[in-house]
Ligand binder design. Structure first.
Ligand code: UT7
Length: 326
């Protein structure tokens, strides 16, 4: 069996920043409400004509440069997104062309805010069985396009952005094994479709022939998020014979600072070991974890050998975790 190492990270945020105060001029909300309930101060919004594939391509280029891989090396591109450029083809194929990748497979995964964790799991399994050697896993979203800008309970919560990682297969000859070895140690994925109505988009090609808008029962999602993500964290640690004290960095999905802090407390991690971007990015759905990873790797917080725990929960419901020895 091969293992997948994360060898590069990249990020892209659209240049336009919208602060809470600016939103408060357009809808019945306040900076104070948004900050107190969510921790969000601002979000990035894609420009007209700037698509999910543009954001994803920019993040992927940065990840490839950091990993030192060329377009000819990539044999699989997975794009996690719920806001594809078009109903089909997959946004991953648009990104493939932009990057000048002329071989391999490319497809999207759709697990909303858990999309990046789902994408990592799929990529890791391709690598483990030897079907791919160099994989791009991208989380890219333009949620601003599916928000109801009249609905203050949802439109203040989300932003646009993209993050990406390069996963590369080790040569299969491991010097260290178990949880001490570098690479993806495990992924755990879950779904429960009975909670559809708590978080969904009220449109689609087969149902309404429209794109639709995001609808969320915030409290209901919150209640499930803290329980489900805690279970996913426990599953990751148990599967590797590790304890919360072994975790160096928590890189959680960035939806709400109160949820993030409660996960950090559960692991007994000091606040500075939890990577937080929700204040500046808001909730970028599938892009939030790779954006946070890219920031913490870029500024030198996450170092080779560190144990990095990622967890997410989103529409479906879907949820899961990924544990990586950097
Ligand atoms: O990424 C997928 C996962 N998503 C999440 O994890 C989101 C989870 N949920 C949450 O983060 C929180 O539930 C929210 C931030 C969405 C909402 O916070 P809350 O503390 O659960 O507030 P609430 O929905 O119970 O609303 C409280 C009040 C309501 O007023 P009343 O009924 O108490 O008079 C709302 O009408 O706040 C009002 N409200 C607002 N007020 C000012 C709702 N949105 C706003 C707003 N500005 N933007």
């Amino acid at each position: 069996m091969y293992r997948s190492l994360v060898t590069g990270c990249g990020a892209y945020l659209p240049s336009q920043i919208v602060t809470n105060a600016e939103l408060a001029k357009r809808i019945d909300t306040t900076d104070e409400w948004i900050r107190q309930r969510t921790g969000i101060r601002q979000r990035h919004i894609a420009a007209d004509g700037e698509f999910t594939s543009d954001l994803g391509s920019a993040a992927a280029r940065e990840a490839m440069a950091q990993a030192g891989v060329k377009p000819a090396d990539i044999d699989l591109i997975i794009c996690a997104t719920s806001t594809p450029d078009e109903t089909f083809p997959a946004t991953a194929t648009r990104i493939q062309t932009r990057l000048g990748v002329g071989q391999g497979a490319a497809f999207d995964v759709q697990a909303v805010c858990s999309g990046f964790v789902y994408g990592m799991a799929v990529a890791d399994n391709f690598v483990r069985v030897g079907q791919a050697k160099t994989v791009l896993v991208i989380g890219a979203e333009t949620f601003s396009r599916i928000l109801d800008w009249e609905d203050r309970s949802t439109c203040v919560l989300f932003g646009d952005g993209a993050g990406a990682v390069v996963l590369q297969a080790t040569n299969g000859v491991e010097k260290t094994n178990g949880a001490k070895a570098r690479g993806v140690l495990s992924t755990h994925l879950y779904a429960d479709g009975t909670h559809h109505d708590a978080l969904y988009v009220d449109g689609g090609p087969s149902s309404t022939k429209t794109v639709g808008h995001l609808r969320m029962e915030g409290k209901e999602v919150y209640r499930h998020a803290v329980v489900r993500m805690a279970e996913a964290i426990d599953a990751a640690l148990d599967a590797n014979g590790l304890t919360p004290g072994d975790v160096d960095w928590l890189v959680p999905h960035q939806a709400n600072i109160r949820i993030i802090e409660s996960m950090g407390r559960r692991l007994n991690l000091p606040g500075d070991r939890v990577v937080v971007t929700v204040d500046r990015h808001a909730n970028t759905s599938a892009a939030s974890i790779p954006l946070a990873l890219s920031e913490a790797v870029g500024d030198g917080r996450i170092q080779q050998g560190d144990l990095v725990l990622m967890e997410a929960m989103g529409g479906g419901f879907t949820w899961g975790s990924a544990l990586v020895r950097w």
